[in-house]
Design a protein around this ligand. Structure first.
Ligand code: ZN
Ligand code: ZN
Length: 401
């Protein structure tokens, strides 16, 4: 039954359906663009698609989202998209992760993917995605829409090429550095007034994006070159197609560097090991009794009220629940503004050191850095355990199968 589905594709000279069947992609954003990317991947028989978004389907999405119908309104976008993809092609497994990118996807998830598709609509989300893909050596195919344009950029899976931050202007950078919490900003931006876009721009951009990924999977640079480090722009208002090289900035302040995690020390096995236990097993394994762990997100230990001095323990990453701008640090007693105590270093003395990474809001397979205080050593370690989704449980990191 399914072989008939791919009969025409297999007559393409270089087409390898087996490569697509084994391929894994992460799609960040299930808006108009993410819908089109998932639709294309499903039609082609792409094996595994991890889809990430924290939004719910609204009536306004129906005009440009091929995977959503009236009855999906109110459902998580990723859940509605999975059901639609299964109808399009049951060979394609869509794994829905309902939440903010950095709270549902550890770097290790990217290390297990062949391609990452960026289908987001704001700078903070692009930066977060660029960091995860760049750190783990995952090709990033980043799509964007303007009212009448589809824009696709390809960022190299190593640090030799440009990254998204390299391409920002001084003005963009000032605007971004004014935002203290990228996570909170990403949330607010998502709910802000986006640019008006259409299904047409989305379908053109998504076709270009998936085509690049298909070439990448076939790994034949001679016959199927992939324009890594370049931007492709299709202007539907004036029927123009432009391809330009992106600049790489030597002084880029956030240029991602590809890394591989070190082997985990003994004792680094239980999913429910707490931060103190993880730290002490690393101290023992590395013979560095003063070693610390540095986390990719800050943990809010407690909030202290500026007015009445009431202290409330938190022990969780910021902005992990609820709707935009609800990083509610107000005092439960008097309602005045309370100040969070944030830290991304584990020394073992933290009030939350007895909590597990999961309990403090870190997704499975997060990467943490281990080293000595004040020394810029970069040893990456992957947190133990496996995601709860059965489709992801057995995935080996790319290149280590
Ligand atoms: Zn850069
Ligand atoms: Zn108070």
């Amino acid at each position: 039954m399914t072989s008939e589905r791919y009969a025409q594709l297999s007559s393409v000279r270089w087409w390898r359906q087996d490569l697509l069947k084994a391929a894994r992609a992460i799609v960040v954003g299930a808006g108009a663009l993410g819908n089109e990317v998932v639709k294309n991947l499903a039609l082609l028989g792409w094996g595994t698609v991890v889809l990430i978004d924290f939004d719910r389907v609204e009536g306004g999405n129906l005009g440009k989202s091929v995977l959503f119908t009236e009855k999906d309104i109110g459902l998580p976008k990723v859940v509605a998209a999975r059901a639609a993809a299964a109808r399009i092609n049951p060979d394609c497994t869509v794994v829905p992760l309902d939440g903010e990118l950095r709270t549902v996807a550890g770097a290790g998830l990217f290390a297990r993917m062949d391609v990452a598709f960026g289908c987001v609509d704001n700078a903070a989300a692009r930066i977060a995605l660029g960091q995860l893909a760049g750190l783990t050596g995952c090709l990033l195919v980043d799509g964007g829409l303007t009212p009448w344009e589809g824009v696709v950029r390809l960022y190299a899976p190593d640090d030799t090429g440009p990254c998204y931050v390299c391409t920002l202007t001084e003005e963009d950078l000032v605007d971004l550095t004014l935002r203290h919490s990228c996570l909170a900003y990403a949330r607010r931006a998502q709910y802000g007034q986006g640019v008006p876009t259409t299904a047409l721009g989305a379908s053109v951009a998504a076709a270009l994006m998936v085509q690049q990924a298909v070439k990448w999977i076939h790994d034949d640079p001679e016959m199927l070159p992939v324009p890594v480090g370049e931007e492709i722009r299709v202007d539907l208002a004036h029927d123009r197609y432009v391809r330009i090289g992106l600049p790489r900035r030597e002084d880029c302040w956030l240029h991602p560097r590809a890394a591989s995690p070190a082997s985990a020390p003994a004792g680094w096995v239980q999913t429910d090991t707490d931060w103190a236990g993880l730290l002490s097993s690393w101290r023992g394994a590395s013979d560095q009794p003063d070693a610390v762990l540095r986390l990719p997100m800050e943990i809010n230990a407690r909030v202290t009220c500026l007015q009445c001095g009431t202290v409330r323990s938190i022990g969780h990453i910021q902005a992990s629940t609820g709707s935009p701008g609800d990083e509610d640090n107000s005092c439960a007693e008097c309602g005045a503004q309370a100040v969070p105590d944030l830290s991304n270093v584990v020394t073992g003395d933290e009030t939350w050191a007895g909590l597990s990474p999961g309990a403090t809001g870190f997704p499975p397979w997060s990467w943490v850095q281990a080293g000595l205080p004040g020394v810029d050593t970069v040893v990456h370690l992957e947190l133990p355990g496996s995601p709860p989704e059965p489709e992801l449980a057995g995935l080996d990191p790319r290149g280590r199968e």
